[in-house]
Design a protein around this ligand. Structure first.
Ligand code: ADE
Length: 226
């Protein structure tokens, strides 16, 4: 899978992809993440990428020309399955969307800033708009990193234990059960006996019950299929 991220702040995106699972996925050749600076495609003398909005009002708008030039440059090299715009007014990211996106070959992600991008970009290039929650970030970069992480970790071979993405919270509309490691007792606080019993049937049943209980208490909406 290849993900191209279009941003005016490329430095902000270096960190999240150069450590741990996302770094390993790239080293193993399972994922390619390319970060592109929209400013490099500005033909403006001052490399400007934004302008005042028509009709007046506070806040700048990201200009159509450099973004369109970058998108078209990338499209001339390969076909993209999705061109995603990160925006608070997009569809809220859920596990099901990450699952679906993990099955495609090429994704482009555009990060917005200021008041957003010229609407014509959204009308003519963008295939999907995604929000990571009902709050406003300073820009789309952190949201793009969240979306990318949630997709890449699902690719076969990225996680060491192939089953571990399948047992994540949300994969079956249930939250994960509690987990423990050594020591068996700390400060008088004990690990539930069943986990030390060695009886895997019982352990599995306990985990299922705990997952259901936790979901009922914290996210009943998941059980109601909302
Ligand atoms: N850009 C600013 N806020 C955002 C959000 N909540 N989700 C996606 N992109 C954003």
């Amino acid at each position: 899978m290849r993900i191209d991220i279009l941003t005016i702040l490329p430095d902000l995106l270096q960190g999240p992809f150069s450590d741990s699972i996302l770094k390993r996925a790239q080293e193993k050749g399972l994922a390619e993440i390319h970060i592109h600076n929209i400013r490099d495609y500005s033909t403006n003398k001052h490399k400007q990428v934004d302008d005042y909005q028509y009709g007046g009002g506070a806040g700048m708008v990201m200009s159509i020309e450099p973004i369109a030039a970058l998108i078209e440059h990338l499209q001339s090299e390969r076909k993209y399955d999705e061109i995603i715009y990160m925006t608070p007014d997009g569809e809220i990211l859920e596990q099901a969307l990450s699952n679906r996106l993990s099955l495609v070959d090429n994704i482009m992600i555009l990060c917005g800033h200021y008041k957003g991008v010229d609407e014509r970009i959204r009308e003519h290039y963008i295939t999907r708009e995604v929000s990571i929650g009902s709050y406003v970030l300073s820009g789309g970069e952190l949201a793009a990193a969240v979306l990318t992480d949630s997709i890449i970790r699902l690719l076969p071979g990225v996680l060491n234990d192939e089953t571990s993405a399948l047992t994540d919270s949300f994969q079956d509309n249930l939250l994960s059960p509690p987990v423990y490691t050594r020591p068996p007792e700390y400060n008088g606080w004990k690990v539930p006996e069943v986990l030390l019993s060695g009886d895997f049937g019982k352990i599995e049943k306990w985990r299922e019950e705990q997952a259901l209980e936790r979901t009922k208490q914290r996210r009943p909406d998941l059980l109601n299929g909302e």
